[in-house]
Design a protein around this ligand. Structure first.
Ligand SMILES: [Zn+2]
Length: 423
């Protein structure tokens, strides 16, 4: 007999193999929206629908970088999402390295002007994934911080935690009013070698060629479906359907999508009507602009206050190990109930306050309380935003475990007498 929950893995296989990468407004995105509608219908959910969402678009194009260390070496790199291109002939300049944004900010303009900045930010490998907080700031803010000092290009050590030559992409954010310079991430071993060469006092020159370009805003869609409840209230279980195009988005966030779909299917299979509607939301354009999450929040109107809780699965297949609830509500009956149910899955009640995922974050201003199931992120940032984000790096067992944990959490949130309040 096939184990229940193993279906999630097969579902993820079909998303990765039949749909593949899902950057907004590409053929993969259109196929993913159709795939999601079918998967949600087959899971027995009701009100399966899509809602249009604006999407920030961008195209990668060719990308190469050769450094003269002083010997010539091509580097493994990938453009950052949203980056502008270099001139067609490429950009040749000396490289100057900094170990942190603070060090870059403190440098005299003369040290940076006319050069390519290499930011050697080393992300620690941690179970709670918090190394990504400062890491993502280094990547998103780095290009404009370098440009403020007159840099002509920006390279960052990949925001990741492995040592294979597979660079990690991810969005950048250009500050308004600051020159937009081309930006890319180096594979970790390439960045480390570059740092060593510079530390030895070598002059390192680079020729960077990026063919990427921002495109006009397009329209993608959030896909929603429900397990209807007996009251007006809603518990939202979110994930994001879009992915970077280097891999097939198996972990980020195909895993979260199938956790959400499969958790709702399992709860539907109980044959019991929940008190609150359980809504699955598979959001568009998380990676470059949060278009889907913003559109969802902007169109809820009176419905926002009916959201009793929102929770998001966006840490791959990691086993949940910790539950976070809204500030000051750790001692509530609801928290105790969740904790006692999740203890058997080796999930503890965290001291910290819930923060929500990126897609549901715009609901914060509307007073929607968040619950977090923190997933084990030890391996996640080995593959995140790389060509290795493929199903071969997904654990079937962990995916089942995470699915059960989300299902239990959502079921309790949907049926408890009380609800959390926004902090
Ligand atoms: Zn994600």
């Amino acid at each position: 007999m096939r184990r229940e929950g193993a279906r999630g893995y097969e579902l993820l296989q079909s998303l990765c193999d039949d749909v593949g990468p899902r950057f907004p407004c590409t053929a993969g995105d259109v196929a993913a929206i159709a795939w999601a509608k079918e998967a949600l219908s087959r899971a027995g959910l009701s009100n399966v629908r899509s809602e249009a969402a604006p999407a920030t678009l961008w195209e990668r194009g060719h990308e190469s970088c050769t450094v003269y260390l002083p010997r010539a070496q091509p580097l493994s790199l990938t453009s950052l999402g949203g980056s502008v291109a270099t001139p067609d002939a490429g950009l040749s300049a000396d490289i100057v390295a900094f170990d942190s944004l603070d060090a870059l900010d403190a440098a005299p303009v003369a040290e940076v002007e006319g050069r390519i900045v290499y930011l050697h930010h080393v992300m620690p490998k941690l179970r709670d994934g918090t190394g990504y907080n400062a890491g993502s700031v280094a990547r998103t803010a780095g290009p404009s911080r370098a440009a403020r000092k007159g840099a002509v290009g920006f390279l960052v050590r990949s925001i990741g935690t492995e040592t294979v030559r597979s660079p990690h992409t991810g969005a950048l954010f250009y500050e308004p009013g600051v020159a937009q310079i081309p930006a890319a991430a180096l594979a970790i071993p390439d960045g480390d070698q570059l740092r060593r060469q510079l530390a030895r006092g070598h002059r390192v020159r680079a020729e960077l060629k990026l063919g990427c370009r921002p495109l006009p805003v397009g329209t993608s869609a959030n896909v929603l479906a429900e397990l209807p409840g007996t009251s007006e209230e809603i518990v939202l279980l979110g994930a994001h359907l879009d992915s970077w195009e280097l891999g097939t988005g198996a972990l980020d966030d195909g895993a979260g999508c199938v956790i959400a779909i499969e958790a709702a299917r399992l709860l539907g299979a109980l044959g019991l009507k929940p008190k609150r509607t359980i809504r699955v939301g598979l959001f568009a354009n998380e990676e470059l602009g949060i278009g889907g999450g913003l559109a969802y929040a902007a169109t809820r109107n009176d419905e926002a206050k009916l959201h009793a809780a929102a929770i998001e699965a966006d840490q791959g297949d990691g086993r949940p190990w910790s539950l976070r609830v809204p500030l000051g509500q750790r001692e509530s009956e609801l928290s105790k109930r969740l904790h006692s149910a999740l203890e058997g899955l080796e999930i503890g009640l965290d001291e910290g306050q819930s923060r929500g995922g990126v897609d549901i974050s715009p609901l914060k201003q509307l007073g929607v309380p968040f619950v977090d199931l923190r997933q084990d992120a030890t391996r996640y940032f080995d593959f995140h935003h790389t060509a290795n984000d493929v199903i071969d790096n997904v654990s079937r067992e962990d995916l089942v475990h995470a699915t059960v944990a989300f299902a239990v959490t959502v079921w309790i949130l949907a049926n408890a007498d009380e609800r959390y309040s926004a902090p």
